[in-house]
Structures are given as C-alpha cells and as structure tokens.
Design a protein around this ligand. Structure first.
Ligand SMILES: Nc1ncnc2c1ncn2[C@@H]1O[C@H](COP(=O)(O)OP(=O)(O)OP(=O)(O)O)[C@@H](O)[C@H]1O
Ligand SMILES: [Mg+2]
Length: 340
C-alpha cells in the first residue's frame, strides 16, 4: 500500500523534471493567473521596494503544495530585477551552509527557503540576526581559542515557503514583515491556466474540456498541468493536436482521478470512514493507520481538498462524512445495498 501511495504522490504532487522542461512558466504577474488579491498586494510591495531601491520586507508564504509559491517568488525577483537563490529547509543541515549562502547574496537579492519549517533549530537561529540586522555570527577557530565574529551581509529579502504555517516558530514568524496565504484555485482559474498552457504547448482544447480538467485538479495548478500533459500524450499518439472531453477522461482515468475529482487515496479514506465508522467521526491517527499513510500527509495533502469539496468535515471528535453526501458515497462504493 505504502508503495502505491508513494508512487501516486509522485504522480500528482511532486515537482518533476518534465514539469520543469515542458511547462509554460509565468514570468510576470500578468501571466500568473488567479490569486488576484495576493497578486495585487505583492505587485504593489515589489514595485514600491524597487522604486525606493530597497530590499522588500521578508515574506512568509504558506499554502498547500503546487499552488505556485516558488513561481510567485521567481516573478517577484524578475519584477525587482534582483537575483534569487533557492534552497530548502532540510537541505540546510549545518549553520555553515546558511552562512555561506547569506554571505554570497548581492544587495536586495531574494533568498527563497522552501519548507522553511523543516530547518534545524540551530540553523534557524542564524537567520534571526541576518533578517533583523543583516549580520551573521561566525565562529572562528576551535576549542578554547574559538571566538565569535559578527559579519555584516548585504540587505536581502527572505521568502520562506511552507505548507504548514503552524510549525513556524514564534521568533521566526515575528521577523517576517509580510505573511500571506495562497488559496486553492477556482475551477475557472484552473481552466484559464490550462488554456494558457495548451496554447504554449500548441494543443487545441475546448473551453469545456479545460473546465473539466479544472474541476478535477484539486484546486491546484500543478495537477491541472499534469493532467494536461497526459492529455497531450494521448492526443499525440492519436496523431491529433486537438483535445476533446474523451481524451481528457482518458487522461484522468490514467492518473486515477474519477469524475468527482477524487483520487484513489481520497476514495480509500472516505470508503474506510463509511465501512469502519459508519460515516464517522473517526480519529485522524486511526484513519492514517487504516489506509497505511501518516497523519501529517492526510492532513496536508488529502484532507484540505475533501473538506473544501464537502466530502469531509472536522468535528471535535474526529473526521466525519456529512450526512447529506453519505448516500451518494455509499452508492458509489458499495452499490444500492448499503444505502440506508
Ligand atoms: N497562478 C499560476 N498560473 C500559472 N501557472 C501556475 C500558477 N501557479 C503555479 N503554476 C504552475 O504550477 C506548477 C507548480 O508551481 P510551484 O512549483 O510554484 O508551486 P509551489 O507552491 O512552490 O509547490 P511546492 O509547495 O510543492 O513547492 C508550476 O508548473 C507553475 O508554473
Ligand atoms: Mg515550491
């Protein structure tokens, strides 16, 4: 089961080389579709900072995977015409790693740290004085002769990205001047993203089919684009450059996404709640062990979409399937015989 889950996550959530090499990548705010309010705010902040010739305030971006945090940060660097260094929290194992990166930054550059909540605490502490005073403490020498030297660094903007805002420590959080959240995209926004990408890929697709992809993409551009790439594959082997609903449906079933936009793990989760808890409530840990995944993945990857689509609700006693949707799901998983 675990293997199947890992493979599935690879298929739908992780950034892949294919994504990097063939995708349309938005380079400015106009090409970055959706997230209207956030985009407006960030566009004003970056333009103002650029006019003042100053580094932008430190920014914490949080939101589920694949919603465009990295892309947005790259756009901000483009708009401000500054460099951007990209690294991730778990990659920064020792304080020296971070000090080396910080001291290599040019004035006003952006340092983007993905999964910032997974940075070791001693490395995180280096960030405090860097963010606040643009200085880092470096230890020179060893043993009794070791001394701490305070080195100045260029002013920079830290953009921290995280899927789990609750796991950012209070001292780190308080040093961010701007804290913003990315929301799931609407079906219409995803439809526009699909049309934009298909145009780039030279694939003709009707608005109807693009809407169908938008419906099944879990509010996530990365998944919308992934579905589109499979549609394109099917169109190619059929020797066509026009994609219709039939090809979209084929691609969806290939990726294990059904007409409700649910994947195998979503369906397994809902089925277990019906089967073992008669619709719930069920504790998160119990559910995790039932489907063979960890509670954190369920909470960050699967649950947000199920909650948003009304397939699941959170109560004080656990996760529950809303009463009004239960007959539909019972029929879907068990046929007429289970409907009560
Ligand atoms: N608003 C958007 N318009 C068009 N394409 C987008 C948009 N947002 C994201 N994308 C595309 O979706 C894919 C995922 O975006 P990105 O890597 O920036 O997400 P992320 O939030 O950083 O994900 P992760 O949490 O996994 O690091 C990329 O191919 C990107 O080009
Ligand atoms: Mg990213």
């Amino acid at each position: 089961m675990k293997n199947e889950i890992e493979q599935f996550q690879y298929l739908t959530l992780q950034e892949t080389a294919e994504e990097k090499s063939t995708d349309f990548i938005p380079k400015n705010f106009d090409d970055y579709l959706g997230q209207k309010e956030l985009k407006e705010k960030l566009s004003i902040y970056t333009t103002a900072a650029k006019m003042r010739n100053e580094a932008l305030d430190h920014l914490l971006l949080f939101g589920p995977p694949g919603l465009g945090k990295t892309t947005l940060s790259q756009i901000m660097a483009n708009v401000m015409q500054v460099g951007i260094k990209i690294c991730s929290g778990p990659m920064l194992e020792r304080t020296g790693d971070l000090v080396a990166i910080l001291s290599g930054l040019e004035s006003r550059d952006i340092l983007f740290i993905d999964e910032i909540h997974r940075m070791p605490s001693n490395v995180e502490e280096v960030l405090y004085s860097a963010m606040e005073h643009f200085r880092v403490d470096v230890i020179i020498g060893q043993g009794a002769g070791a001394k701490t030297v305070n080195l100045p660094i260029n002013s920079f903007t830290l953009i921290g990205a995280t899927t789990k805002s609750g796991m950012i420590s209070a001292p780190l959080r308080s040093r961010f001047g701007i804290i913003e959240r990315l929301d799931f995209y609407t079906q219409e926004d995803l439809c526009q993203i699909v049309l934009q990408s298909s145009n780039f890929l030279n694939l003709k697709i009707s608005e109807n089919s693009a809407m169908l992809i938008g419906k099944c993409a879990r509010g996530t551009p990365r998944i919308a684009k992934k579905i589109l790439r499979r549609v394109r594959d099917f169109a190619q082997v059929n020797n066509e450059n026009i994609a219709d609903d039939k090809l979209v449906e084929k691609a969806l079933s290939f990726l294990g996404i059904d007409k409700d936009g649910l994947n195998q793990i979503d369906n397994l989760l809902l089925k277990k709640i019906l089967e073992n808890f008669n619709g719930g409530p069920a504790g998160l840990e119990t559910l995790a062990s039932l489907i063979g995944d960890d509670a954190e993945t369920i909470e960050t990857v699967y649950e947000p979409f199920l909650l948003r689509q009304g397939f699941l609700e959170k109560t004080a006693r656990g996760r529950q399937i809303p009463y009004k949707i239960q007959p539909y799901l019972k029929n879907k998983y068990f046929g007429q015989k289970m409907i009560s």
